[in-house]
Write a protein that binds this ligand. Structure first.
Ligand SMILES: Cc1cc2nc3c(=O)[nH]c(=O)nc-3n(C[C@H](O)[C@H](O)[C@H](O)COP(=O)(O)O)c2cc1C
Length: 446
């Protein structure tokens, strides 16, 4: 059970909003949504609402539905660096793939953001599915899921070694002797795995929060094992409170099994909200966004969620179950489909009929209603121990976020579950995580 004011709110910034058609009904110009001005406006709003962090997802591939809505054009750590310069407390969580990066460069980018933001950075590590993405990185096809996770385990360990290579007092800056860094104050990463090898010392010294936070998204056994060992926070799909309670319990137990304090791993499910003065007003807003979203976009996203190649789903035809590779399907996404796929198979539902059965069209817990209804659900999940906080998805922007900041946040503060102001300057502090002790330097299993 959680019962203090420690609720965590991240803004999951998807350009234009989660409602893929919302840009068409917005008063904003279309090109605003892919500019950094959009990011900055939302970041400043989120900070006004005392959100602990802004979260940027990322997949380095252009996919077919992008023809119809604003997409994640900006590289996350570049966008976050700009945001860092315009905010003072908001945490900055960027996604980057362990399949298509290199640990040395990635560690350097994230810890540079951590340093320039005075300790507000986090890396959301994802393993990234799909052959289309692989072909952007000199690979004809994606690694299999076990291979992706094997590489991810090495990648994260290598990054952590690089982040922990600096002793806290390593920089002497002794003008008299001319000694800038204490000999031995920075250690080589000395990581030698099957997939990745990193020999030397990192260039970036630690920030005020010690090292950046690690966030994880992926719910298969391999994903949970990595989260339990390394993640400070886990982003997941949950649609029902019971599922949240069970998953949080599992993660905390698995973290404890690795010798960690379970309070140091935070579960943050996605949560889709549309706020209205009345429930009907909120439903009308959602309807307007939904009707402005072409079928091609809805089908395109569902195609990706099922791990199918572009074009594999047709809106008025049944799902081609024989094409779905169960081993490649995201565990987290699959669990959010509940019994929907079973029903689709037994009743031979068309894709349109399956999508219509999804509550509020979202793969996350969702409330389309008044600020009170939204605050009630957030409070209930938090108090029941189903979540430590949420990665909030807003239907349209900036109005969807403004509604939350002006109407939902004050209710959460009055109810005593959400902080009234930032009490720390670092993301680690604002997430309620203990200060990080540097220089672990204990050998970790590879
Ligand atoms: C909530 C959630 C968000 C994700 N976001 C991204 C993302 O932004 N970029 C990406 O490449 N993969 C993303 N993934 C995919 C995961 O990295 C992984 O490939 C997928 O979940 C399959 O692994 P699993 O079965 O362990 O869940 C996300 C997964 C989840 C569950």
């Amino acid at each position: 059970m959680s019962n203090d004011a420690g609720l965590i709110l991240n803004l999951n910034l998807l350009p234009g909003g989660t409602g893929k058609g919302s840009w068409r009904v917005s008063e904003r110009d279309p090109d605003w949504f892919i500019s950094h001005h959009h990011y900055l406006e939302l970041a400043e709003l989120a900070e006004r609402g005392k959100f602990q962090a802004l979260f940027l997802a990322d997949t380095p591939v252009w996919t077919e539905p992008y023809w119809h809505h604003p997409w994640r054009a900006l590289a996350p750590f570049i966008a976050l660096t700009t945001i860092a310069a315009h905010t003072s407390h908001l945490g900055l969580i960027g996604t980057a793939s362990t399949s298509y990066n290199d640990p040395y460069n990635l560690a350097r980018h994230v810890s540079s953001l951590d340093l320039v933001s005075d300790g507000r950075a986090a890396w959301n590590f994802v393993v990234t599915a799909g052959d289309q993405t692989a072909r952007n990185f000199s690979q004809p096809a994606a690694y299999s899921k076990p291979e992706r996770y094997a590489r991810a385990a090495e990648f994260v360990e290598a990054v952590v070694r690089l982040w922990e290579a600096w002793e806290p007092d390593a920089i002497l800056g002794d003008k008299a002797t001319g000694q800038y860094v204490r000999p031995g104050g920075v250690q080589p990463a000395a990581f030698a795995g099957e997939w990745l090898q990193v020999a030397g010392e990192p260039l970036v010294p630690p920030s005020p929060q010690g090292r950046p936070l690690l966030v994880q998204a992926g719910a298969s056994e391999a994903g949970i094992a990595l989260a339990a060992r390394y993640a400070d926070a886990v982003y997941t799909h949950q649609t029902e409170i019971e599922g949240g309670i069970a998953y949080r319990k599992l993660l905390r137990q698995r973290a404890a099994d690795t010798g960690r304090d379970p309070d140091t791993i935070k579960l943050l499910p996605g949560f889709y909200v549309v706020v209205g003065d009345t429930e009907e007003a909120a439903r009308a807003k959602h309807r307007a966004q939904d009707e402005a979203t072409p079928d091609a976009v809805k089908v395109g996203f569902f195609t990706r969620q099922l791990g199918l190649p572009p074009g594999a789903l047709k809106i008025d035809e049944p799902i081609p179950f024989d094409l779905i590779n169960a081993n490649e399907l995201s565990r987290s996404a699959a669990s959010s489909l509940d019994g929907l796929l079973d029903k689709a198979a037994s009743d031979r539902l068309t894709v349109r009929e399956v999508l219509a059965l999804r509550k509020n069209g979202s793969q996350h817990v969702s409330v389309i209603g008044t600020a009170e209804q939204i605050a009630d659900t957030i409070t209930a999940w938090y108090r029941a121990g189903a979540a430590d906080g949420f990665n909030l998805h807003i239907g349209s922007s900036p109005d969807g976020l403004r509604d939350i900041v002006d109407h939902v946040v004050p209710l959460l503060q009055t109810r005593g579950v959400f902080h009234v102001d930032y009490e720390h300057s670092t993301l680690r502090g604002n997430y309620g995580l203990p200060e990080h002790r540097l220089s672990r330097r204990s050998p970790a299993p590879v």
